[in-house]
Write a protein that binds this ligand. Structure first.
Ligand SMILES: *Cc1c(COP(=O)(O)O)cnc(C)c1O
Length: 357
């Protein structure tokens, strides 16, 4: 606290990212990074552009990247917005597209950055409880007209940190029932097993779909995310972006991200490997007595009926294995464990076995 801070800064409650410790031989299963490196074509592209051209500003419109994303999802570049990680994209979405006067709805257990953005932009929100199985209860987002006005809706599909996904027809119900406001589907993990809402963009001008290259494209370190929706929504985002930072993506990020989007075979191969390991990890943990939620993501959410969640996380840490534990009501018995390589998965299972003995 400083007397030089303004009143907004003084009352912020910032997001706390998962640890990035520098410990040797650490098995890092705490922030949902991809266990395999990015496509070799990404590295080539970045290396090819690591030269004198860095003295020049990057393309402020990121046209080539937006074209590549558009081509991949059969959209025009005018339907694509890019930013410095999807966290930045989401920040602009809260700023530009979700109403500030009426409460924005999102699940009570979800990506914990959403309430942080609400604090930053002084947006009202209402956290809607998940049901007893930790699923998003769709009915809670329908028939809202009669009630208090709503400023918008945002939820991840699959949800974080549960990994539970809804089918596309269910997601569509929420979009269709709320056409007076923007409905944002945060698809950070969609590639690992859920259906994307992208193809509904043509039908619903109130739909915005947000993706990141951090998870399934193995580029958390490059910081690239994007949003797809009706050109009017994208223009709104552009207005905020151009009032904030004209060049959120540097020249290397632009070429690296474009190469990542264009290398579909590598993406599918590494994604499929993670999905396979997820199955092995789920079976292994279940055999050790864990209850594992059916995951559509690159992490699993699991608890053990005989062991405290925080204790388990601490015991794994003793063994140099980092997983994420949330001190939050209803989920404080769970561990969120990123799916790593096959070898990391075996080491995790061995460690759990010896801790539970
Ligand atoms: C990881 C994550 C993001 C942010 O990803 P970045 O592109 O790395 O900023 C957004 N939403 C959810 C649900 C996530 O899990």
């Amino acid at each position: 606290m400083s007397r030089y801070w303004n009143s907004l800064v003084a009352k912020l409650d910032p997001y706390v990212p998962g640890e990035q410790p520098r410990i040797q031989n650490l098995i890092k299963l705490n922030t949902n990074e991809h266990p395999y490196g990015p496509s070799p074509k990404v590295i080539e592209a970045i290396q090819a552009h690591t030269n004198d051209s860095l003295r020049l500003y990057p393309d402020p419109t990121a046209l080539e990247l937006r074209q590549a994303i558009g081509k991949r999802f059969q959209l025009s570049p005018e339907q694509v917005f890019v930013g410095n990680g999807s966290d930045e994209v989401l920040a602009h979405v809260f700023h530009a597209l979700l109403k500030h006067e009426a409460p924005v709805l999102f699940p009570d257990i979800t990506y914990s950055f959403y309430p942080v953005y609400c604090g930053l932009y002084e947006i009202k929100f209402k956290a809607v409880p998940l049901d007893d199985d930790l699923k998003i209860r769709v009915e809670d987002y329908l028939h809202l007209e009669g009630q208090r006005r709503v400023g918008g809706i945002i939820f991840p599909n699959p949800n974080a940190p549960t990994g539970l996904a809804h089918a596309l027809d269910t997601v569509e119900k929420i979009i269709a029932a709320n056409q007076d406001v923007v409905v944002v589907v945060d698809e950070a993990y969609v590639d690992f097993g859920a259906q994307s809402a992208v193809r509904l963009i043509e039908k619903y001008p109130n739909l915005l779909v947000v993706h990141t290259l951090s998870k399934s494209r193995s580029l958390a370190g490059l910081r690239v995310g994007y949003a797809m929706g009706h050109a009017d929504l994208i223009q709104g985002l552009d207005r905020v972006k151009n009032s904030f930072n004209s060049y959120p993506l540097d020249r290397l990020a632009l070429v690296g991200a474009t190469a990542a989007i264009e290398d579909q075979p590598y993406f599918e191969k590494t994604r499929d490997a993670v999905v396979r390991t997820r199955g092995v990890m789920t079976n292994g943990l279940e055999q050790l007595g864990f209850q594992v939620l059916p995951s559509s993501a690159n992490f699993i959410f699991a608890k053990h009926p005989a062991r405290d969640g925080a204790e388990l996380a601490a015991a794994l840490r003793e063994k140099n294995i980092l997983v994420r534990h949330f001190k939050k009501e209803r989920i404080d018995q769970y561990l969120r464990i990123t799916v790593g390589t096959d070898d990391e998965c075996l080491k995790l299972l061995d460690a759990c076995k010896s801790i539970l003995r």
